[in-house]
Design a protein around this ligand. Structure first.
Ligand code: SF4
Length: 200
């Protein structure tokens, strides 16, 4: 047990907070606005949890309806840990969802989807905008072409993973929610409008 929040429960789901790093620097990210709290959980990490720490905290995955990789960082940056933990959860027949920025293939410079499909049931990708200009303003990516890389990831993912959703946050400057919904339709995936500051 550590004195940081590696895992946290919301409703009947267990969320895994495996890293605080990402290649985006979103203007709307709570961590950029002085808060690392989700509900009453402080998601600040003193160290990045090991696979063993996460598995020990999960204990019996069947206590939960779903286990979700989601924190103030991008889980696929720790692909090895993600895989070990997701395989553990799947070995107990519990649904696994990955919340991601969709930039794993750009970051790792390879298609990581074939490596994760056996242990990920659902993917939720933060699309955030319907075009690169708004995306770049809102997300301030460190890597060039992030918006288009994210779209390519979504297109590739729908071939592998049955449940793919893209999300955007309602009410952010420049974000046209109906254009985002339309883009999701063109991509052949589901769309969900999120509320600012709400994790899930
Ligand atoms: S990708 Fe997520 S964690 Fe990273 S800056 Fe954006 S909102 Fe924050």
């Amino acid at each position: 047990m550590t004195n940081q929040t590696n895992t946290y429960i919301i409703d009947d789901k267990l969320y895994l907070n495996i890293t605080d790093r990402c290649t985006l620097n979103c203007t709307f990210c709570p961590k950029n606005n002085g808060s690392r709290y989700v509900h009453n959980y402080d998601l600040s990490l003193h160290h990045r949890p090991t696979a063993k720490e996460l598995i020990d905290e999960i204990a019996d995955p069947q206590q939960y309806n779903e286990i979700v990789f989601c924190g103030y960082g991008e889980p696929t940056l720790r692909i090895k840990v993600l895989l070990i933990v997701a395989e553990y959860v799947k070995s107990h027949n519990v649904r696994v969802r990955l919340n991601t920025d969709g930039l794993a293939n750009l970051v790792h410079r390879r298609d990581i989807l074939p490596e994760i499909i056996h242990c990920i049931d659902a993917l939720s990708v933060s699309m955030n905008a319907s075009g690169p200009d708004t995306y770049n303003k809102l997300c301030q990516p460190a890597l060039a072409n992030s918006f288009f890389a994210m779209l390519s990831f979504v297109k590739a993912a729908r071939e592998y993973i049955p449940d793919v959703t893209v999300t955007a946050i309602n009410g952010l400057p420049g974000v046209n929610i109906s254009a985002c919904e339309q883009l999701a339709k063109q991509l052949g995936v589901k769309f969900r409008a999120r509320q600012s500051g709400i994790v899930g």
